[in-house]
Design a protein around this ligand. Sequence first.
Ligand SMILES: NC(=O)c1ccc[n+]([C@@H]2O[C@H](COP(=O)([O-])OP(=O)(O)OC[C@H]3O[C@@H](n4cnc5c(N)ncnc54)[C@H](OP(=O)(O)O)[C@@H]3O)[C@@H](O)[C@H]2O)c1
Length: 286
Amino acid sequence: MTGANQGLGYALVNALCRALGPDGIVYLTARDPDRGQAAAAALGRAGRSPVFHPLDVTVQASVDTLAEMLRARHGGVDVVISNAAARVDPVVPQAAQVRRFVETNNHGTTRIMRALGPLLRDGARYLVVASSFGTLGHLALPLQNRFDISTASLADIDEAMNDYVAAVEDGRAASLGWPDWINVPSKIGQVAATKVFARDIWARAECAGILIDAVCPGLVDTEASRPWFRDMAAAQTPAAAARDIVWLATLSDDVRVPYAELVQHRRALVWQYADGASSRRFSATR
Ligand SMILES: NC(=O)c1ccc[n+]([C@@H]2O[C@H](COP(=O)([O-])OP(=O)(O)OC[C@H]3O[C@@H](n4cnc5c(N)ncnc54)[C@H](OP(=O)(O)O)[C@@H]3O)[C@@H](O)[C@H]2O)c1
């Protein structure tokens, strides 16, 4: 679990420990060792026993160290929940935040895919915590073409996000048709990357019973969401939001579920190009 010292990630570790029971080894990772160890200790007092491991998703060496530890100690990994995310501060200009935001939420996501993808064991589940903002309908067609999941590589998605960062920093993003809030293009890039990653390993996933999806938890009451919504009455607690994600992460591999989708509350959300081109789709069920 990445980004697990607070918020949804912390609740996901708690729920995953409970779901897997005493035989499951759950790694609570965090970029700050003190915050990570404190979170693991708090869960320990609640009867869970996650293992802390430091991980900063923006640092390649940190990601490589995690992958090497998993390979050496366990020979692979059964469940990955890629959850780490930088926040957007509403009072700081977005141009001053977009680079770090994309570096964490997008390049951090693809960095983890490249490092942990080869370690997925038979029956593994790989979930990327994204958002319903990550559906293609939030983009105009010319920009949708940058996220063609039938042909793009992960490097193409990274490059589209780098171009987006440059456009925000140069003040060109609005005239190019990008949505105002940097969380929206970022989540679209994250979901597109998940679909491309899933497409790339589909042959192995089909044989080995591997599931890859993006997930949207819905609105969750965390320090990250609170500054953006005046009324949080409809927000779920992190514990409640963790339920559907851990359900998917621990689903038995004889249950058929959508693969390479964005799943919210156990249902796949639509990823539809504005020109309706079905050739640019990748869909499978496993
Ligand atoms: N909250 C919502 O309503 C909502 C809705 C839809 C989707 N989501 C998604 O759910 C996920 C979790 O959100 P949240 O609300 O729980 O956010 P949060 O409370 O801000 O938690 C984010 C976690 O990511 C960690 N993190 C930040 N930068 C990192 C880095 N470079 N390397 C490793 N970890 C890093 C943070 O660590 P620090 O404590 O060190 O900063 C924190 O543990 C995000 O992907 C978010 O987009 C949330």
